[in-house]
Design a binder for this molecule. Structure first.
Ligand SMILES: Cc1cc2nc3c(=O)[nH]c(=O)nc-3n(C[C@H](O)[C@H](O)[C@H](O)COP(=O)(O)O)c2cc1C
Ligand SMILES: [Mn+2]
Length: 481
């Protein structure tokens, strides 16, 4: 059965001993520090912060929700102890087989337990953390869902875009160029209108996960979440905006994003997912909050970007979307796809993609790399695509580096592709390009497969063959285990 809200998910994690409750940590850096210190441990629980000084004792923050593969498995109904590459394979299948299910509108829901408007609205009431040392403010929205619609076409987008608390009824919203809500709000502004928006700060995990996926323009992430859950997301119709809002969300707002010439604020800096503060503090649009809803004892869901290799979604589920695209592009014999330092969300960037193939013909590996680069999931904020042979586990960076170091001659193995889709979040964007608003970068394809035309004469590998490994492991199991 899918979870109906964040609380059910936390309870399920608690049942398997996977929740650490922490009392007394402050919103100013302590919650962020503990989140990072735990996430850096190979095995770490979901964190639930309570009794946060300066806030009502039962207003909580939950972090490291799905940073461990075991909890992404829990959220998606997979066995907890699969190898990481197998999890990507299963994601790929569930994305392929998934049939979108539209949300179901209901008359009421727990999110309406408290409802505020006008002068009663106070966004500073919630324990939004200042997550990292150089952050320019408190971020309520990290594990959030930003809900918008297209003024010309009736469909609803849901995306994860960071939300800063400016004051009681003003929030900052940062959306990277090319992301759907940014396209939508620009359409409203071009018509001289403010863009209606709803945001939830804490919701059932698969809805949030879907919001982070690279779903095509025109396809609602709510439908996609319904498909992943096998049941519709229950939504209420927002009174102000008419936008659908998950009925069991912890906290939700409705409001508008006015054209930036009408109102804007400095947003950031914010510690971003590549592990830097690349965008810095910039003028960005604001949300004017018109209505606030929250459950009793609300739980703010937090997913601060943390320096890689920490993965927001425990495994790079974006790699599954790239793999599916490779299949659509008729690249045969793909054996695995991984994405290091990103790829939690495909649209969230994939700066180091690894594709493992069984080479079948001349140029096969280059075709795989070009296709991985071309799809939306592998294109945004990329840098390297590495192709390896089928004996290399793409999730094992030691093996990938060994392949790069021993199977290719850099002069012939490297291809540069220029003018690709990047973002202000790219730490390697030169100040000149940033100032010129030229948000493109180049990509390197690194073919680390044994060169196809002489692969049969390539020196053999000196590690144990699978047959001997099995035989001797069996024979010497008493001393090996
Ligand atoms: C935890 C998390 C935080 C994110 N924060 C932002 C953000 O602040 N701004 C942004 O443009 N994208 C952010 N992303 C990436 C987008 O959510 C992602 O690319 C999504 O696919 C965009 O949806 P869209 O294609 O509907 O625009 C974030 C992703 C995750 C997983
Ligand atoms: Mn979208």
């Amino acid at each position: 059965m899918p979870f109906n809200d964040l609380r059910e998910f936390i309870d399920a994690a608690r049942k398997i001993g996977d929740v650490e409750e922490i009392h007394g940590a402050t919103w100013d850096l302590e919650i962020g520090a503990l989140t990072e210190l735990f996430a850096n441990k190979a095995d770490h629980p979901l964190l639930l912060f309570d009794k946060i000084p300066g806030h009502p004792p039962s207003y909580r923050v939950a972090s490291n929700l799905v940073t461990h593969p075991r909890r992404i498995a829990l959220a998606s109904g997979m066995p907890p102890d699969l190898p990481r590459t197998e999890m990507v394979r299963r994601w790929r299948k569930s994305l392929q087989e998934m049939k979108p299910i539209p949300p179901k509108t209901v008359g009421e829901g727990p999110v309406l337990q408290n409802s505020k408007s006008g002068g009663e609205i106070d966004m500073t009431a919630f324990p939004a953390p200042r997550w990292h040392e150089l952050d320019g403010g408190r971020y309520l929205g990290t594990a959030c869902c930003v809900i918008t619609t297209d003024p010309d076409e009736p469909w609803v987008n849901v995306g994860i875009y960071r939300v800063q608390v400016h004051d009681r009824d003003r929030l900052g919203l940062y959306i990277s160029p090319g992301h759907h809500a940014r396209i939508m709000r620009e359409k409203y502004w071009a018509q001289g209108k403010a863009c209606p928006v709803a945001v939830t700060f804490g919701q059932e995990p698969l809805t949030w996960l879907a919001a982070g996926q690279s779903v095509p323009y025109g396809v609602s992430e709510f439908d996609y979440a319904g498909g992943l859950r096998g049941a519709p997301v229950e939504v209420i119709k927002g009174e102000r905006t008419g936008l659908p809002i998950p009925a069991a969300a912890e906290i939700a707002i409705e409001g508008v994003v006015p054209p930036p010439e009408e109102e804007n604020r400095v947003e950031g800096p914010f510690g971003e997912w590549p592990g830097y503060y690349a965008h810095g503090a910039r003028i960005e649009p604001v949300i004017r909050v018109q209505a606030l809803y929250f459950r009793n004892d609300p739980i703010v869901a937090g997913a601060p970007p943390m320096k890689p290799p920490i993965l927001t979604f425990g495994i790079p589920i974006g790699a599954a979307a790239i793999w599916n695209y490779l299949e659509k592009a008729d690249v045969p014999d793909v054996r695995g796809v991984w994405s290091f330092a990103g790829g939690s969300a495909p649209g969230g960037g994939a700066p180091f993609i690894v594709v493992s193939i069984k080479q079948r013909y001349h140029g096969h590996s280059q075709q795989a790399a070009l296709a991985a680069l071309a799809c939306r999931a592998g294109n945004y904020h990329g840098r390297y695509v590495v192709v390896v042979d089928e004996d290399i586990d793409p999730a094992d960076m030691g093996e990938v580096l060994w392949a790069i170091a021993t199977r290719c001659d850099p002069k012939s193995a490297l291809t540069i592709v220029d003018n690709c889709w990047s973002t202000p979040l790219d730490p390697a964007m030169t100040p000149e390009k940033r100032d010129a608003n030229d948000l493109t970068n180049s990509r390197a394809i690194l073919n680390a497969c044994r060169p196809y035309f002489w692969k049969d004469r390539y020196p053999p590998v000196n590690a144990l063959s699978p047959e001997l490994k099995k035989k001797f492991t069996e024979k010497w199991k008493d001393i090996l285990t």
